[in-house]
Design a protein around this ligand. Structure first.
Ligand code: VG1
Ligand code: CO
Length: 558
């Protein structure tokens, strides 16, 4: 059972409700995961208020109900939280649960929404995007299942932003969010909750904490890099205090408003400190990192990197070793650009593997309908039906549970997996900071080129099997999402996918996803970039990346 909060403070504010006149801002359209803009954009008078009011205007029936609010602790998080509290009170919410100091990781917000049967939640985060006064900020609405609002809701919000004429806010002093407690804001109750407690309690239900504890007692070593972002406090409590990892196993564990000037994106480029720590002979046996808002994870063994696509497949193949999943999985789901490694496991288990567009919101219906148990994205996102967000620490604890059961190294587990199912060589090449027009031209040209690609056409050894622009029909509500990525598949099972990022705040990012399949174990030791070299060349041939961007290499390779 989770511990109950002590709520020592009881204060009452009697605020005045105000209607403020406003006019719409252009471009308040939520992207892959909420509205993300530069902090300076959010700081314009009425900008935030317009968007928050538009969220409320798009919803029905929340009067007297509960809203959850919290964020990843980046710069502006606290200021925005105060505004949202005042607006929630003026709009008629009955209660707000807010994390102490306005903090809640994205997965913890999902836990809190579900556990306390909230109407919905507002998460303040731009995830892996840099923070600080010159960095990015983001606002995302989650629905009552604890997951990101589906497209029909985000579209309704966007429509409201185009028509807004006024917003409602209470005039009151800021609330002290530094102490756990309960405060009455007019007719609305504000409960300041421990951001970690509900989340940690859920993890204890899912995993064998006793076994993992024993693993650490036996001398097993771990380094978890919280990247100065939100997972620090969660990792300290769960990994060090509850699971018994040696003190100091969690590094960069104090959340900072600017993430220490870093880029809280757990991949081989931005988490290079951790990669270096794991590369030594005396390195810890297991390494992991999480992102700005705690929903991503990177898994490393000693001198060994596990691709997120492989990680999903390994978790699925070993789920029977973990208490919460020991009775079997209903199905798997992966985003379209994620490698087909999970598909092989699903096949072996005799369960379905769904292929969705990029973005966690597309998993919500499958999870709610009980069609999928584990989900994953190549972008370092893994999760399950325990909540409706991807969950960084959950994935780390899942791996620890497997390691405790199997008593093998991370590398051995993955190599055995490849030997059994074949290896999917995988890499994503990102070209960041491309001028928006250049990116659009490249994609337009690519559509033209795609029209001329024919089945049977060869590029070296790769023979075209199909090419399309991915669209998805949700098997539960039958909603259709088009334009989700240009993909070309070859007869040998290899694929190239092109899409533009939907989470950036100024310039465009082109993402090129590359995958090939290798059954022959003697080839499994190859470096992914080498194994994919000719596919990388084909990608440039088809899309003219060098020609359009003037770049001869990607800015980030994962
Ligand atoms: C990226 C990833 C996507 C992920 C999204 C949000 O989106 O590719 O898989 O769901 O970020 O993750 P895009 O549109 O930039 O490719 V997070 O941790 O930023 O909430
Ligand atoms: Co994130």
């Amino acid at each position: 059972m989770s511990k109950t909060y002590s709520l020592p403070i009881k204060k009452t504010f009697n605020p005045i409700r105000t209607q403020m006149k406003t006019t719409p801002f252009e471009g308040q359209k939520p992207g892959t995961s909420g509205l993300r803009k530069k902090v300076s954009v959010f700081q314009q008078p009425h900008y935030l208020e317009n968007f928050v009011q538009s969220i409320f205007d798009s919803l029905d029936g929340f009067q007297g109900k509960t809203l959850v609010v919290g964020g990843d602790g980046r710069y502006y998080n606290k200021t925005v939280t105060q505004t949202i509290l005042k607006m929630a009170a003026a709009n008629g919410f009955g209660r707000v649960l807010v994390g102490q100091n306005a903090l809640l990781s994205t997965p913890a917000a999902s836990v809190v929404i579900r556990k306390h049967q909230a109407f919905g939640g507002i998460i303040l985060s731009a995830s892996h995007n840099p923070g600080g006064p010159n960095g990015d900020f983001g606002v995302k609405y989650n629905i009552s299942n604890g997951g990101p609002a589906p497209e029909k809701v985000t579209e309704a919000i966007y429509e409201c932003t185009k028509k807004i004429t006024e917003y409602r806010i209470t005039e009151t002093a800021d609330i002290d969010l530094s102490q756990l407690g309960e405060i009455q804001l007019g007719e609305m109750k504000v409960e300041i909750i421990d951001p970690v407690a509900d989340y940690a309690a859920l993890m204890e239900q899912l995993f064998d904490f006793y076994k993992i504890n024993a693993l650490f007692q036996s001398g097993f070593t771990l380094c978890f890099d919280a990247m100065h972002a939100i997972t620090g406090p969660y990792a300290r409590v769960i990994l060090e205090e509850k699971l018994g990892a040696p003190a100091g196993s969690v590094i960069n564990g104090v959340p900072l408003e600017d993430f220490g000037g870093g880029h809280p994106d757990p991949n081989l480029t931005y988490a290079d400190d951790l990669v270096n720590i794991l590369s030594g002979n005396e390195a810890p046996q297991f390494g992991a990192a999480s992102d700005g808002d705690g929903d991503r994870n990177m898994i490393l063994g000693r001198r060994f990197f596990v691709t997120p696509s492989d990680s999903l497949a390994v978790l699925a193949a070993n789920a029977h070793l973990v208490p919460a999943y020991k009775d079997g999985l209903a199905g798997l789901a992966r985003s379209m650009p994620t490698s087909a490694a999970a598909d092989h496991v699903a096949k072996a288990l005799g369960i379905a593997c769904f292929e969705t567009p990029t973005g966690w919101k597309f998993f919500g219906n499958l999870l709610d309908a009980g069609k999928a148990t584990l989900c994953g994205e190549e972008s370092f996102g893994t999760g399950s039906n325990h909540i409706r967000e991807k969950d960084g620490l959950w994935a780390v604890i899942f791996w620890l549970n497997i390691l405790a059961e199997r008593q093998q190294s991370v590398e051995n587990i993955v190599r055995e997996h490849w030997a059994q199912y074949g290896r999917h060589f995988y890499s994503r090449h990102d070209y960041e900071g491309i001028e928006a027009k250049v990116a659009q031209d490249l994609m337009d040209n690519l559509s033209q080129t795609f029209n001329f690609l024919r089945k049977g056409q060869s590029f070296g050894t790769h023979v075209v099997e199909y090419r399309d622009n991915f669209s998805y029909t949700d098997p539960v509500d039958h909603s259709i999402s088009t334009n989700q990525g240009m993909r070309v598949g070859f007869e040998d099972g290899s694929r190239i996918i092109f899409r533009l990022s939907g989470t950036g705040t100024d310039a465009a990012t082109l993402r090129v996803y590359l995958e090939s399949f290798e059954e022959d174990t003697t080839q499994h030791g190859l470096d992914a970039q080498d194994a994919l070299a000719d596919l990388i060349a084909v990608a440039d041939l088809i899309a003219g990346i060098k020609k359009y961007t003037g770049r001869d290499k990607p800015s980030v390779i994962t």
